[in-house]
Design a protein around this ligand. Structure first.
Ligand SMILES: Nc1ncnc2c1ncn2[C@@H]1O[C@H](COP(=O)(O)OP(=O)(O)O)[C@@H](O)[C@H]1O
Ligand SMILES: [Mg+2]
Length: 352
């Protein structure tokens, strides 16, 4: 299970949302890079991880626990699988929300073999009792399992094979301090540069057997919100368009026409991104406004607005997070075809 499986993010999103539609998951699996050397971009995280893995291999010990943080679709799940692959280990996959009871985690932990990688996706959503059990498991490779209830309850110590925990989160700030402290390494995933997304697109097109021209790839890359998952999704939509309305080749022309049909604008903003900006500007005068108020205005969950939309809007220079709330930048007003307030002519006052 992975973040892709959470229904709540999957609702009411446009075809280019950061999380995949069902039925496209198999395709996504086929497009995942398998080795660190195939993993495009994230030079910093890649170099850091290479060192962590290589030195662990030389010492013949499982590496320190790894936390990967960043917005959806940047390659956290792919990297965790690569970590297992590079270590020649088996990966066991679960997620924070699936670990509701400490017993669920105990069962998972007791089944680990030495050197296994345990991947916990959306680890910030783990329930408290499971989280506390995880502290001990990460530090001492043992847990205390409580059997029975009330005065008769006893706790049985349970040894766990030395393993490596890889946690992924879209909100590292939501992790408790004690949990964060138990990771030996945190990789912060950044949005990708358009040139890196071009490479992702050429690789994916080759795997899917889609003919693509460099201009076509550049256009899709530019409009993919810095996110490989979105680049891959847009590639498939442009391919559909190219097959139905043209000769099947992804060119600059087919890319532009298709992205127009799918409501992806010049900056790659999708419907929800634009709805957030519009609400901010039109209903709240550009802010500041709290994120939950903004989320209600666009009919989305606050978490989706905060974790899926905002990071890219901030990065694109459209939105600022201030202590008093979210604020639209002048660029956001202009992007919506409006004049930013400071540049608007002053309204005449009574005394003029
Ligand atoms: N660095 C990369 N190079 C090539 N493809 C990538 C890369 N990162 C992500 N992808 C593609 O994007 C998709 C989503 O990545 P994923 O690892 O599921 O992201 P996350 O877990 O952060 O949401 C993958 O299926 C893969 O095809
Ligand atoms: Mg994932």
């Amino acid at each position: 299970m992975s973040d892709e499986d959470y229904g709540e993010f999957g609702t009411a999103r446009s075809p280019v949302s950061a999380l995949p539609e069902t039925g496209e998951r198999e395709l996504e699996t086929a497009l995942r890079p398998r080795r660190l050397s195939e993993f495009i971009g994230q030079a910093r995280v890649r170099e850091q991880l290479e060192l962590v893995l290589e030195s662990a291999k030389r010492r013949g010990r499982p590496p320190d626990h790894v936390l990967l943080s960043g917005p959806p679709g940047l390659g956290k799940t792919s990297l965790s699988m690569i970590i297992a692959e590079e270590l020649n280990s088996t990966i066991r996959i679960t997620s924070g929300p699936a670990l509701e009871r400490a017993g669920d985690l105990a069962a998972m932990l007791s089944n680990l073999a030495e050197g296994d990688v345990l991947f916990i996706d959306e680890i910030h959503r783990i329930a408290r009792p499971a989280e506390e059990m995880l502290y001990m498991a990460m530090e001492d490779f043992r847990v205390d399992v409580v059997v029975g209830k009330g005065p008769g309850a006893t706790s049985i110590p349970l040894e766990i094979a030395p393993f490596t925990l890889v946690g992924a989160t879209t909100r590292s700030g939501a992790l408790t301090g004690p949990l964060r402290d138990r990771f030996g390494f945190t990789g912060h995933m950044e949005f990708y540069e358009p040139e890196e997304l071009e490479q992702v697109l050429h690789r994916s097109a080759a795997i899917l057997g889609v003919p693509i021209e460099p201009d076509g790839a550049a256009e899709i890359a530019r409009r993919s919100r810095g996110t490989p998952r979105i680049a891959n999704r847009l590639l498939r939509r442009v391919r559909d368009y190219a097959e139905v309305r043209a000769d099947g080749v992804v060119t600059l022309e087919t890319a532009r026409a298709a992205l127009e049909v799918y409501d992806v604008d010049e900056l790659g903003l999708d419907r929800l991104d634009r709805a957030v900006l519009k609400a901010l500007v039109e209903s709240f005068g550009g802010g500041p406004v709290g994120v939950s108020t903004l989320a209600v205005a666009v009919g989305e969950e606050a978490a989706t607005v905060e974790e899926v939309c905002e990071p890219y809007l901030v990065r694109a220079g459209m939105l600022a997070r201030t202590p008093r709330g979210r604020v639209a930048t002048p660029a956001a007003w202009r992007h919506l075809g409006l004049i930013p307030p400071k540049e608007q002519p002053e309204a005449p006052t009574l005394f003029d």
